[in-house]
Design a protein around this ligand. Structure first.
Ligand code: PSU
Ligand code: MN
Length: 304
């Protein structure tokens, strides 16, 4: 079962542009209070660019594509205790009637089931630095490799092994497009130090790559469009590197592992950066929502 909001269903039926939005960044990534405001700001950004927003979560065992204000309240309320649901968690959560926010992996697979092909988020999960020992590689990468959605994000956080993440995306045949950049971004920072294989300079170019990829590569699936944090909101590199080192130390000392790593690290940044990491995080997700909507509009336009 899948509950698609009326507005989203109407847009899909008429082939109008729709953008899926991820809920884990709201429930587990942003501080309480601000997360609820950002939920509205993201939907407004998508609308302003001419598309219909569809925030995705699972509530009481029912996957929802498009949430009401009251449902967004619940997703953003820490006391509601929403789980973090990756793709493998969907079956258990549905069968057992649980509620959870969906990761990139969970959101992309529900978006695709609903017929939504464009999706905006903040950061993608990836290969962790100690993955050769822990095997901690986000399911986000596998889902991108076999789900035909365009994911618009600001790269991956530098807590991950960025070169290994890019290698795995290559192995799994996921095209990576830099938006007006040759550099793969690192979430809070505009440049991870690594290159992207392809650059596009307009939403129309991104849309034509998505269409060509789907048409020309048999069994082709996801495409990754990376959009660096707006320059005026990029974090200071020294503050960033210091908080990253401290955050990693805290993770080790507290024995944080698995799916708790990202939320704990994000909270560490938000508590110790004097607002800089939150400003960067909000600015980049809003920019990604706008860009995703622009690409969705270009994809929905009849070929000229
Ligand atoms: N990166 C961020 N912020 C986030 C996430 C990633 O900068 O909130 C979330 C996304 O929902 C992503 C998930 O899909 O973390 C990846 O988690 P894991 O590494 O446990 O697969
Ligand atoms: Mn993981």
């Amino acid at each position: 079962m899948l509950r698609v909001a009326d507005e989203v269903a109407a847009a899909l039926a008429e082939a109008r542009p729709v953008v899926a939005l991820e809920s884990t960044l709201l429930a587990h990534g942003l501080p309480e209070g601000r997360n609820r405001e950002v939920a509205d700001e993201l939907e407004r950004a998508v609308r302003a660019a001419g598309a219909v927003p569809a925030t995705i979560a699972v509530l009481d065992g029912v996957p929802r594509v498009g949430l009401s204000g009251a449902e967004l309240d619940r997703v953003c309320d820490r006391r509601a205790g929403l789980l973090k649901l990756s793709r493998r968690d969907l079956g258990p959560a549905l069968a057992l009637g649980r509620s959870g926010a969906t990761t990139v992996a969970g959101t992309a697979s529900l978006a695709h089931r609903a017929g939504v092909g464009v999706f905006a988020t903040g950061g993608l999960g990836g290969v962790h630095r100690d993955a050769s020992v822990t095997w901690d590689v986000s399911a986000d990468l596998d889902v991108l490799a076999d789900t035909p959605v365009l994911v618009v994000c600001s790269g991956v956080k530098s807590v991950l092994d960025v070169p290994a993440t890019l290698e795995l995306l290559e192995t799994r045949s996921v095209p990576v497009l830099g938006y007006r950049t040759e550099r793969f971004p690192a979430f809070y920072l505009r440049d991870s130090g690594l290159e992207v294989p392809w650059r596009v300079d307009s939403p129309a170019e991104a849309a034509s790559v998505v269409a060509a990829h789907r048409a020309s590569v048999p069994g082709s699936a996801g495409v990754l469009l990376v959009n660096p944090v707006p320059a005026e909101h990029e974090m200071d590199r020294y503050l960033h590197d210091r908080l990253l080192a401290e955050g990693e130390k805290a993770l080790r000392e507290r024995g944080v592992r698995g799916k708790a790593v990202t939320p704990v690290l994000l909270a560490h940044f938000h508590e110790h950066s004097g607002g800089a990491s939150l400003a960067a995080n909000v600015a980049l997700v809003l920019a990604n929502a706008t860009l995703a909507a622009e690409v969705a509009v270009a994809l929905a336009a009849p070929p000229s």
